[in-house]
Design a protein around this ligand. Structure first.
Ligand SMILES: NC(=O)c1ccc[n+]([C@@H]2O[C@H](COP(=O)([O-])OP(=O)(O)OC[C@H]3O[C@@H](n4cnc5c(N)ncnc54)[C@H](OP(=O)(O)O)[C@@H]3O)[C@@H](O)[C@H]2O)c1
Length: 389
């Protein structure tokens, strides 16, 4: 029997903040723990605005105690050749790097991703993809023209629970969807944060909408846009929105945002909500009410562990009440490696887009954020992105 060597993808990590750390740690976790043997991740370079920070980032990972999952990669020598670079551009120009992971604040995503694409690199960019649709359209055009892979890092799409929930919808037992609500809220204690914090600084895309909005949105996309009865896949109509402002200490960003969508072919509305000043619904963070039963996804909606099916009174007897636990075990890591595996497979197969996270779906969600922002009165309302610059 021939054993095929795994496809190796060499990552360039841009920025040394929180999510870049979590993502890199997951790249270093033993892939066989999650049953993966066809792809392999290598961290080729880390780029920061300061070389000291890039060096610190690598040194800290290398010093991981053996109890940390990612120490596996360290012991395998996966960081032995990793370069610490004092500018992002040096990573884009590095011939040992195949793909750039972008973990900078949202208002920087477009210029960072654009520079990476122009240097001929594939790109995985954190959510929210860009500040506005114009920026996203420019990135998509460049990626297509240069035949490069581009994806928004919405990790939830790749979690086993997301596939399990969609299997329930595909089975048809719930019946047609009628209405939905999804909430992603966390009390981030923003009163105690410095004004330079990315949640408070409008110039960094501050407020809850752009940071948290991708998560109620991912469920609207997976449960309704991709619903088997939504055959035409027309983007939902944007009905209305409301933002409550956070204005303490001279700031003006959104504390809360809500927006209502109408999936017209389904006859189903979705009310989506974010809040950075209040904790989210512990039970029923996502609720899809259907003809025969409710589908309930419990907190936290970006990485849920549990979903439940609650039959309607007098409903079709074939629907049974059930609770489904599909957690990502702590022994597997944070859960960011599922999206990294997808990226590696797409690039291996010569794809420039993921079927699981298509660019057209990122664009639909991005357009909701533009609408909510423009309907509001925060400092982000009339801010322009960097498209064309
Ligand atoms: N997928 C997820 O679960 C998840 C979770 C959290 C955040 N995110 C997303 O990831 C992005 C970053 O979030 P984070 O929590 O990692 O932020 P963070 O800890 O503040 O890190 C952001 C990094 O961006 C770099 N940066 C470049 N220009 C900057 C500027 N003008 N101000 C501040 N930092 C700048 C800095 O790295 P250098 O100094 O090294 O250049 C900084 O460490 C956001 O888009 C956020 O929505 C995703």
């Amino acid at each position: 029997m021939t054993v095929t060597a795994p496809f190796t993808i060499r990552w360039g990590i841009i920025s040394t903040g929180q999510i870049a750390t979590d993502f890199t740690q997951d790249l270093l976790v033993d892939p066989s723990l999650r049953g993966v043997s066809d792809v392999k991740h290598v961290v080729a370079a880390v780029g920061s605005r300061s070389v000291e920070s890039a060096t610190r980032f690598i040194t800290k990972l290398k010093g991981a105690p053996t109890t940390d999952l990612w120490s596996w990669g360290v012991q395998q020598g996966m960081l032995d050749e990793t370069k610490a670079l004092g500018s992002y551009q040096e990573v884009y120009n590095d011939s040992n790097v195949d793909i750039i992971y972008i973990g900078t604040p949202v208002t920087h995503h477009h210029k960072d991703a654009k520079a990476a694409l122009l240097a001929g690199k594939h790109v995985l960019c954190e959510k929210a993809f860009t500040f506005d649709v114009a920026e996203l359209d420019e990135l998509i055009a460049i990626a297509k023209e240069k035949n490069l892979f581009l994806m928004e890092a919405v990790w939830t799409r790749f979690h086993p629970i997301s596939y399990a929930i969609q299997d329930v919808l595909k089975s048809g037992v719930l019946g047609a969807p009628k209405r939905m609500q999804a909430d992603f809220s966390i009390d981030f204690k923003v009163d105690n944060r410095p004004l330079s914090d990315r949640f408070l600084d409008a110039k960094l895309g501050g407020g809850g909408l752009l940071d948290m909005g991708p998560y109620p949105s991912v469920w609207a996309m997976l449960l309704l846009h991709q619903h088997p009865l939504n055959t035409k896949r027309v983007p939902p109509a944007f009905v209305n929105s409301y933002q409550r402002k956070y204005t303490k200490r001279g700031t003006n960003v959104d504390a809360r945002s809500r927006w209502l969508l109408d999936f017209e072919e389904l006859g189903c509305e979705a009310q989506l909500m974010t809040d950075m000043t209040c904790h989210g619904y512990k039970q029923g963070a996502v609720l899809l009410q259907c003809e025969n039963a409710d589908l309930v996804i419990d907190y936290q909606p970006q990485k849920p562990d549990t979903f439940r099916i609650i039959p309607n009174d007098g409903s079709d007897a074939t629907v049974k009440a059930s609770t489904h636990h599909v957690p990502i075990p702590a022994e597997l890591g944070h859960g960011l490696h599922f999206e990294a595996d997808e990226v590696a497979r797409c690039i291996r197969d010569g794809k420039i887009e993921s079927e699981r996270m298509p660019l057209s779906e990122s664009r639909i969600v991005q357009s909701w954020f533009d609408d909510v922002r423009k309907n509001g009165t925060t400092d982000l309302k009339d801010m322009k992105g960097t498209a064309g610059l």
